[in-house]
Design a protein around this ligand. Structure first.
Ligand code: UD1
Length: 360
């Protein structure tokens, strides 16, 4: 069985690492990795391949950044040609990026079956490019691997019931697998002179926040005024926008700006943070998995189950509201197992093998 894995952006590298490890245990599966190059900076891409020992991509498209239509179109053209040349049995796509969309569109036109990992998530906000990407991908996929029963229910509401499996969250596999190694190997707390539970961690990269100067400045103003200092690993998109909107003066000394972090540093710094503030989907979950309270800097989230537990709160981008919630949020007593048992990768590969043998 030949699997073509299509990845392109940082969170996909982390997720695919766990599946690749599982595939390597199986002699019957050959994995071919295609990297679109949507993320291309060393610290957004290469460092993850090295640290997480992801197989070297057989194909690197180097699409880089650009308007959504153009970026996706370039990927589509290239991916289609590669698929025709190598004829995979299954195309594996992850999450909700433009690389996910391009991989699934190209596959569906060539009648290649698609397996979508992290399926069934919805924000119900079609202004988000990610929402369009996951909607289309889910409706084109033959196998839909959901991180939670909640995600499966979202699919059912759209009439998708065939090929749907709740396997738990692949990112939870990664957290369990790498947490101890990360805590041992990462020196980030020392390097930044941080004490455990005495700093906040913030990330901002969603277009809805970065591309709106008011929202971006409102978030930065809040971070500036929090009681505890805040580490801000700065996504390249956010960096560009802060410069473009002349918001650099907001990055005062209580905000510690650092380059995007590698996975081990990110796990270490998240697990020891007092509070996480983010608009990232992945980090909301990781905060929950590592039992750190989180404020989500958006109006809605795909990960509503984390909100219900009290570990995550939706605060939007209003300065006062962020400060108020940051002061009042406490770690709840209960920590329910929302995202499975950390064996999602194993289960996904077993299901694919079974279905493939049966031609199901
Ligand atoms: C993408 C995904 C998002 C995912 C995120 C993780 C889409 C629509 N969005 O958003 O779902 O959560 O990745 O980070 O696919 N840039 C660099 N260097 C890089 C990568 C990006 O400078 O290595 C800059 C470019 O200026 C680019 C901007 O970041 O214009 C945004 O890049 P884009 O490909 O849209 O990805 P993200 O915003 O990261």
């Amino acid at each position: 069985m030949k699997i073509l894995t299509v990845v392109g952006a940082r969170p996909q590298f982390i997720k695919s690492a766990m599946i690749s490890k599982e595939i390597q245990k199986s002699e019957e599966i050959q994995e071919v990795v295609l990297h679109t190059g949507q993320h291309y900076d060393t610290n957004m891409s290469e460092v993850f391949f090295k640290q997480l020992q992801i197989p070297e991509p057989a194909y690197y498209l180097g699409v880089g950044s650009g308007p959504h239509g153009k970026q996706t179109a370039v990927m589509l053209t290239e991916i289609e040609a590669i698929m025709e040349a190598i004829q995979p049995d299954i195309v594996l796509v992850y999450g909700d990026t433009n690389s996910t969309l391009a991989g699934s569109l190209a596959a569906s036109k060539l009648h290649l079956p698609i397996a979508h990992i992290e399926s069934g998530l919805r924000s119900y906000n079609k202004k988000m490019p990610e929402e369009i990407n996951r909607l289309i991908t889910d409706h084109l996929s033959q196998w839909l691997f959901c991180p939670s029963a909640f995600a499966m229910e979202n699919l059912r509401k759209e009439g998708i019931t065939k090929g749907v499996y709740v396997t738990g969250d692949i990112m939870y596999d990664a957290v369990l697998h790498f947490k101890d190694i990360a805590l041992k190997e990462s020196t980030i707390l020392n390097d930044l002179e941080l004490s455990k539970k005495d700093y906040n961690l913030a990330t901002i990269h969603r277009a809805e926040n970065t591309d709106d100067p008011e929202k971006l400045s409102s978030i930065l103003k809040a971070l500036q005024q929090l009681e505890t200092p805040t580490v801000l690993p700065l996504h390249p998109r956010t960096k560009k926008k802060i410069e473009q909107f002349n918001l650099t003066p907001f990055l005062s000394s209580s905000i510690l700006v650092v380059e995007p972090l590698n996975y081990f540093d990110m796990l270490a710094i998240t697990s020891q943070a007092k509070l996480v503030l983010t608009d990232s989907g992945g980090l909301q979950k990781e905060a929950f998995m590592l039992e750190v309270p989180c404020l989500t800097l958006r109006e809605e989230t795909e990960w509503t189950e984390t909100i219900k537990t009290g570990w995550n709160q939706l605060v939007g981008t209003d300065t006062k509201k962020i400060i108020q919630f940051a002061t009042s949020i406490r770690a709840p007593k209960e920590h329910p197992p929302l995202f499975g048992t950390g064996k999602a990768a194993d289960e996904i590969i077993q299901i694919l093998k079974r279905c493939f043998e049966k031609k199901d």
